[in-house]
Design a protein around this ligand. Structure first.
Ligand SMILES: *Cc1c(COP(=O)(O)O)cnc(C)c1O
Length: 398
């Protein structure tokens, strides 16, 4: 197979280091969040790295994501927290996947699926602390706890955990965080009064963990931080884990006054050189970053010019006449002067999470197991790595 023009290198060592940092910071109470294909980093490879680094649990949104981890041979405890009533709850229960539950209707569906499986479903009751999003509204908490207790007595479910999620933890010292913490404490007490005995309670995600404002509970659900993203902007300890590289697809000169791309929105002020990159918004380069974004060419930052197209963008290399096939770094950890994911998020007016989760399926994902000279091994959502050891296998998709 010809080597693809664009690659997303996943630095497994960075994920491992970040996970070890959070395992230490949380005293080993780390639930590693690997939803959305581990924030675009490859769910199975990332899961193995974080488990090796000390995570005791994994967390995902949907049952499908949880079952994909099981299909990859991962046996660690997995929690899935966002499912519709008609999700494949039976398959989840059979695969020993914990299910978060935020409504009596879903709790009923989980218990029926458990009875059919002749097993007890392991559930985590999920309370909305203020976001008006995915937890149980506070007014319904008592009824949810009561139903859970009743279903425990019927041996259909076991309430393993209680969870909440903070709305404003990325803003250090936000008064809402203290309010929501208190709501959570009260909800756990209310559940205990209903004779529920959860083994784990969990509130904090990355932001509240690095600021310390989510301390004092059981598990910490860490997603972004594993991948070098700190929503609170207070931790210097985290390493970015992705590099996006491509190769020049074509090069040409541009006369003064010449336009570039759709609408000819960009015009050259002086004679310059252009290079075509075979990556566009379908591959995850946000169109809103046009006019600000830069890439690294021959060790130098060069601006992308003109509107972004679906499949391509154009870089102004100034006095440098680059050749087709030359490597270009779109983003990376920043060690060699290349832009970072955080830079791209700033240029696009978004958060780093959105940049890393939107890299398109045409870009080959390559897991780098150690330093830059190490053997690379492909990762894919389908678990399609076809070789191990020192052979580099690249798969599109994931
Ligand atoms: C995504 C998610 C997390 C992880 O949050 P980060 O800020 O990425 O650490 C934790 N809990 C829930 C419920 C989530 O949806």
């Amino acid at each position: 197979m010809a080597s693809p023009a664009s690659e997303l290198l996943v630095h497994q060592a960075a994920i491992h280091t970040n996970a070890a940092h959070f395992a230490a910071l949380t005293g080993g109470r780390l639930l590693a969040v690997v939803k959305a294909d581990a924030f675009g980093h490859g769910h199975a490879e990332a899961a193995r790295a974080v488990l090796d680094a000390g995570a005791g649990w994994l967390g995902v949104a949907s049952v499908e994501e949880a079952l994909a981890l099981r299909a990859a041979g991962i046996r660690a405890p997995v929690l899935s927290w966002l499912n519709p009533l008609d999700a494949d709850l039976g398959a989840a229960i059979a695969a020993e996947v914990d299910l978060a539950v935020a409504s009596p209707a879903l709790l009923g569906a989980v218990s029926r699926a458990a009875i059919l499986q002749r097993r007890r479903a392991r559930v985590h009751l999920h309370l909305d602390l203020g976001m008006a999003r995915d937890g149980c509204p506070r007014g319904g908490w008592s009824a949810l706890c009561e139903l859970a207790h009743e279903l425990e007595r019927q041996d259909a479910v076991r309430v393993v955990g209680i969870m909440g999620h903070l709305s404003c933890a990325d803003v250090v010292g936000h008064p809402q965080t203290r309010l929501e913490r208190q709501r959570f404490v009260n909800a756990v007490l209310a559940a205990r009064r209903r004779r529920l005995r959860p083994a784990v309670v969990h509130l904090a995600a990355t932001a509240a963990t690095v600021t310390g404002e989510g301390a004092g509970f059981g598990l910490h659900r860490i997603g972004a931080g594993l991948f070098g993203i700190d929503p609170s902007g207070t931790s210097a300890a985290l390493r970015p884990a992705l590099s996006l590289t491509t190769r020049v697809a074509g090069a040409r000169e541009l006369e003064p006054g010449g336009g570039v791309g759709y609408g000819l929105e960009h015009r050259a002020e002086r004679r310059t050189n252009l290079a075509l990159l075979p990556l566009g918004y379908a591959d995850g380069l946000p169109r809103s970053a046009a006019g600000r974004a830069e890439v690294l060419v021959r060790g130098r930052r060069c601006p992308l010019v003109g509107r972004f197209s679906m499949d391509m963008v154009v870089v102004d290399t100034g006095g440098e006449q680059v050749r087709p096939g030359e490597p270009v770094t779109v983003f990376g950890p920043g060690d060699d002067g290349e832009p970072t994911v955080a830079d791209w998020a700033g240029w696009a007016g978004t958060i780093p999470h959105e940049i890393v989760t939107r890299i398109g399926s045409r870009v080959a994902r390559v897991a780098r197991t150690t330093g830059s000279t190490a053997a690379a091994r492909a990762v894919g959502s389908t678990g399609a790595a076809r070789a191990a050891g020192s052979t580099a296998v690249r798969t599109a998709g994931g």
